[in-house]
Every structure is written in C-alpha cells, then in structure tokens.
Write a protein that binds this ligand. Structure first.
Ligand code: BTN
Length: 262
C-alpha cells in the first residue's frame, strides 16, 4: 500500500474520511483496492499527482501537481436503472461547488466540465463500479479538476483545449476546501435523487448551462454521428437529432462541439 500523507475526517453521510496521498497511479484504482480489502464504504482518496490517471474511453488523464485528483467510494441506495444518472448528478454537484468559488461551468454530456466562458475543459468524471445481476456493490466516482495548474503543466497538444481555475481567475484555491464542497454538493444531489427522483435531476441538469441545442459529433466506438443535441433521457442518455432528421439515443460516447471557437 502507498504511504498516506494525511487522513481528514469530515461530516458527510456520503463520505466520512478523506485519505490524502502525495502520489498514486490512479485514485480510482486505490479506492477499488481499499474496498476489496474491506475498508468501509464512504471514503475519498485524493492524490497530489497521478502517474497513471485514467480518463474515459481508456484514455490517459494528465494529473500534474496542483490539480484535484480524487475518487469517492460510495454505496448509494439507488436502483440499478438509475446508474446512468450518476455521472449527470456528479457533474451538477461539481459545477455547483466550483460556482461557489466563482468558476462558471458548462456541462458537457456525459462526463465533462467546461469553463463556461471559453468552453475549454476544466474537469472530467469517471464513474466505475461493481454491479452484479441485481446488486450494486459499490461505486467509485472519480473526478479530476484542473485547479492550481499552469498552462505549461499540460502537454502542448492539450493546451488549446484545457484550462484550469488558476488560468481563468489568477487565484489559487485550497484543494481540500474544494473537495469538501464537492462532496457536500454530490451528497445533496444523491438526496434529491432519493427524495424527488431522476426527472428532478435531469431538470436540474437542463437548467444549468449545458450542450442542449448545440451541433455536435458523437463518437461511439468506431461510429461518428453528427446532429443537434435535443434532450437527455430519464436514463441519462443523450438524444440527438441527426443530419438525416432521425432521433438517436446514446448511452456512451465522446461529444465534440462543432460551434466551438477553437
Ligand atoms: C475524463 O476523461 O473526462 C474523465 C477523467 C477522470 C479523471 C479522474 S482523476 C481522479 C480519478 N482517478 C483516475 O484515475 N481518474 C479519475
């Protein structure tokens, strides 16, 4: 097991302890190891840097010092058919937390958080879990936010596409304060899901700046489809009106915005 640098107790029904590490391969992987080794559910792992950060679609996730690289290990009381809503409610929670630090966010289905003013990527979410036929054993909600990062910490190919809270506001944020705020907001979203149901979460997503109405290309495995985003389903799927005027529904995929300036 890697050497821990700090253990922080917090008052949240979703997460009781934050385990902080100087360096890890991937916080999602260590969270899984913890769970498999019988750590109680309801904790967060945070690393100052990751050497093998995992992005969606099996991509490598750049995790330089200064960013918030964290995973929440939870066992929410939700129905299996609500699993597709988890990235959606997580993105709402993270956006709300960032907005309390005056960072305006646009939600890009399914896992991306963009800085609203220039639509550059400021964060991403990777939800993994263990599900058997009727049981949700656990969920690992991984998220990476570019916080106190300078442009030269990212590889040249990414510099036009990504940003950080420091680049946009010239202000440093306390990573643990931000993490606590994110945990608190995700907890609230799970409570809304439990008390009011998926439709309320979807409505909340729609009320937040997002990609509805935008022209996009969605890449799903080897297939690329161009169209306009017209809705999000009650299962968290993206609904597109294609160029042939057909309605198509996607559960996964990578969305490229066509009306982006760069
Ligand atoms: C994406 O591709 O947009 C999702 C990126 C998720 C990255 C985070 S960083 C913390 C956690 N640990 C990982 O290895 N990945 C997630």
């Amino acid at each position: 097991m890697p050497k821990i640098s700090e253990e922080i107790q917090i008052n949240s029904s979703l997460c009781k302890t934050i385990y902080q590490y100087p360096e890890l391969g991937s916080t999602n992987n260590l969270a899984r190891e913890f769970i498999e080794k019988d750590k109680k559910m309801g904790f967060s792992i945070v690393a100052k840097t990751q050497t093998a950060g995992q992005g969606s679609g099996g991509r490598f996730w750049e995790s330089p010092f200064g960013g918030l690289w964290s995973s929440l290990a939870v066992q929410p009381q939700i129905n299996l058919h609500q699993l597709g809503i988890v990235p959606i409610l997580t993105s709402i929670g993270i956006a709300k937390a960032l907005e309390t630090f005056n960072i305006p966010i646009m939600l890009k289905w399914p896992n991306d958080l963009l800085f609203q003013n220039n639509r550059k990527k400021i964060g991403g979410i990777l939800v993994e879990g263990k599900v058997t036929q009727f049981t949700l054993h656990y969920l690992i909600i991984g998220f990476g936010i570019n916080v106190n990062n300078k442009r030269d910490q990212f590889p040249a190919v990414l510099r036009k596409k990504v940003t950080s809270t420091l680049i946009e506001t010239d202000t440093k944020l306390d990573l643990i304060d931000l993490l606590k705020s994110i945990i608190n907001q995700i907890e609230k979203q799970f409570e809304i899901l439990k008390s009011k149901g998926v439709i309320t979460i979807i409505e909340e997503w729609k009320q937040h700046p997002n990609i509805l109405g935008m022209d996009v290309i969605i890449t799903n495995k080897d297939e690329k489809v161009r169209g306009k985003v017209i809705d999000i389903s009650r299962f968290g799927q993206l609904i597109l009106n294609t160029q042939n005027n057909e309605e198509m529904t996607f559960s996964t995929g990578t969305v490229t915005l066509l009306d982006n300036d760069d």
